[in-house]
Design a protein around this ligand. Structure first.
Ligand code: MTE
Length: 319
């Protein structure tokens, strides 16, 4: 069943199927407005009216906008501007360097504090957990963002399957370690393999998905084939790619970025326009495909869905 966003709803009449939908960009193009000003207009476009604010909204499959009415980024944008240090630190070079990566066969080991550990092939996962489309904003800690139509299933469904024990408080994720297939792993500065973590309630939240594709196609190599995490209210670095291990643990796990620079990349990494990165502001962001900047939203716009997870916590301390 489609996830009902509690955050800002959109009037369903604003959303039409992909084949008939004219995005704002297409409309502007059709009007003959030059690209630069079109992008400016898109950046400055007011939010859609806050309709009844009835508390939940369904986005029909194949919608071309997110629940704020913002257009999806194109497949080309999403697959040609990537962060994937296992290949290169050059965002525009990942697609080329990852082109020959073969994500088959693949399996994900789920272990640790669980009653029912297991190793799942991609066929096992896709057979057990049907995927659905989730249109999410991805907000990188570097202050750029995109709107991406992922295909995936809720991580919580897999976790329920392995039956976490009462001691399991966190989930730890690990990317494939294979220097021959991921040449960036030769760069010894980084403590490979890439690892990430979530608190148990974050991992079980229905917005948290394991994504296996985007735009209805299998996951492109550069976006983390064949399976990656997507946690839309957190900075993009939490959304670890090419996962081979998921471990249920009792203590907060180390993450690659918090190991390298703990004062810059905290464990929680919730999108928060009020807490700046030590080296830059997080108040605004650059939506790829637009000129100019737009205001960043608390929890990347998912505040009503997830704020309860952090009640009573100081988000400046737990950044
Ligand atoms: N996962 C791995 N294994 N290696 C990485 O370098 N980069 C992260 C995240 N997951 C990264 C990763 C960062 S910083 C971001 S912003 C997102 O992936 C980018 O995802 P995208 O390339 O699909 O947009």
């Amino acid at each position: 069943m489609a996830y009902k966003f509690k955050s800002k709803p959109i009037d369903p009449s604003e959303v039409t199927p992909e084949d008939v939908y004219l995005s704002r960009r297409d409309i502007l193009k059709a009007m003959g407005i030059v690209t630069a000003s079109a992008a400016l207009l898109a950046a400055c476009a007011p939010d859609l009216p806050d309709t009844a604010n009835s508390g939940a909204v369904d986005l029909p499959a194949g919608a071309s906008v997110d629940e704020f009415g913002d257009p999806l980024n194109t497949y080309e944008e999403i697959t040609n501007y990537n962060n994937y240090y296992e290949f290169t630190v050059d965002k525009q070079g990942v697609a080329r360097l990852a082109a020959d990566f073969n994500p088959e066969p693949w399996s994900v080991e789920v272990s640790g504090l669980v009653n029912n550990p297991g190793t799942y092939t991609m066929d096992d996962l896709l057979g057990k957990f049907p995927t659905e489309e989730r249109i999410y904003r991805l907000r990188c800690v570097e202050a750029w963002s995109m709107v991406i139509p992922w295909e995936g299933f809720e991580l919580g469904k897999l976790l329920n399957q392995v039956e976490p024990t009462a001691e399991a408080k966190y989930v730890r994720f690990e990317t494939l370690m294979d220097v021959d297939r991921m040449p960036g792993q030769k760069q010894r500065f980084y403590p490979w393999p890439y690892q990430e973590g979530l608190r148990m309630d974050e991992a079980m939240h229905p917005l948290t998905i394991l994504a296996t594709g985007l735009y209805g196609k299998p996951m492109p190599n550069q976006n983390g084939a064949p399976i990656r995490l997507v946690v839309p209210w957190k900075y993009g670095f939490k959304s670890i790619k090419a996962i081979t291990k998921i471990e249920l643990v009792a203590e907060e796990p180390e993450t690659m970025w918090s190991t390298i620079a703990p004062n810059e990349y905290g464990f929680y990494a919730n999108v928060n326009p009020n807490v700046d990165h030590p080296r830059w502001s997080q108040a605004t962001e650059r939506r790829i495909g637009e000129i100019g900047r737009r205001a960043s939203r608390m929890f990347n716009g998912y505040e009503e869905d997830v704020a309860y997870l952090y009640e009573g916590m100081d988000l400046r301390v737990n950044y």
